[in-house]
Every structure is written in structure tokens, then in C-alpha cells.
Write a protein that binds this ligand. Structure first.
Ligand SMILES: [Zn+2]
Length: 155
């Protein structure tokens, strides 16, 4: 059994947005903010983008076709993959998929168990190594968890 450096952890990422929706139905606008509705300034945005954002929000506040939905809270489930120490070379291997390969070529399952050498894969089932590795792309859906949200305040 491989030595675990970090166990797999489940968490929650919380994001807030100030939301303005059209009173007629679909459509609207929101911007990232803190839990009090204060705009979060993204340093990657240019100042002209920020100026446009501020003027758009100001226009929305005065536009009676929009409804101010206040501060919206969204929660996103997160998963931090476990990390093990490779039994062969002591390198760290992140267990993020169905099959996790160390730089030395050793393969591990998601539980940290070392798998048989690849030349043995599919001996009993007739599958190829490519067939088995393709299962990884199917398992990525596991992390697309549900989403909960509610409006918990107004400015
Ligand atoms: Zn290794």
C-alpha cells in the first residue's frame, strides 16, 4: 500500500454575485462581489472593462425593466485529489483519475493501490490498454457535482 501524502478531501467553494434580472423573464446581469455586495476587482481586467462594468451597473439600477435580486450566494462542491508516494521511485502521484501514472511508469487506482504492469491489462477481458485508459474520460463526470444557491440579502 502506498504512503499517503494527502488524503482526498471534499470541500465547498462559496461565491457571491450581485444580480439584476429582467422583470419580463429570462436575461439579466450579475457581477462578482463579496457577501456584502461590494464589487470584487479582478486585477486581470483592464480599467476600461471595469469602467464599463460600473457604468452598466449604474444604468441597471435606474432601469425599471430590471429587478435588483441583491446578493446571490452560490456553493460549489470541490474535491482535492489525494497524493501518494510512489512505491517504486518515491515521487508524488496525484490520484485524480481512474488510472494514475507516475513518471516512472507505475500505475495506481484511485484508492492508491498499485496496478499490474500494463502488458497484463485486458488478459482476462480482451480489452486493450487504450480501452481501459478511455475509462478515465468517463470518470471525469464524477466531479461535476450539484449546485445550490439562494438569495440571502439585498443591498
Ligand atoms: Zn514512481
Amino acid at each position: 500500500m502506498a504512503k499517503f501524502i494527502n488524503k482526498r478531501e471534499h470541500g465547498v467553494r462559496v461565491e457571491y454575485s450581485r444580480s439584476f434580472m429582467r422583470k419580463t423573464g429570462a436575461g439579466g446581469f450579475a457581477f462578482p462581489c463579496d457577501e456584502h455586495g461590494n464589487l470584487i476587482v479582478d486585477p486581470a481586467r483592464t480599467s476600461s472593462t471595469l469602467a464599463g462594468l460600473v457604468s452598466r451597473v449604474a444604468a441597471l439600477v435606474d432601469d425599471t425593466s430590471y429587478r435588483d435580486d441583491g446578493v446571490r450566494r452560490d456553493e460549489w462542491p470541490t474535491v482535492t485529489a489525494a497524493v501518494i508516494e510512489c512505491e517504486r521511485c518515491r515521487a508524488h502521484v496525484t490520484l485524480s483519475g481512474f488510472t494514475n501514472t507516475c513518471s516512472c511508469g507505475a500505475d495506481y487506482n484511485m484508492s492508491g493501490d498499485m496496478l499490474a504492469d500494463r502488458f497484463q491489462w485486458g488478459e482476462e477481458t480482451g480489452e486493450s490498454v487504450a480501452d481501459i485508459l478511455a475509462a478515465d474520460s468517463d470518470s471525469d463526470d464524477e466531479f461535476d457535482g450539484g449546485r445550490c444557491s439562494d438569495v440571502d440579502g439585498r443591498l
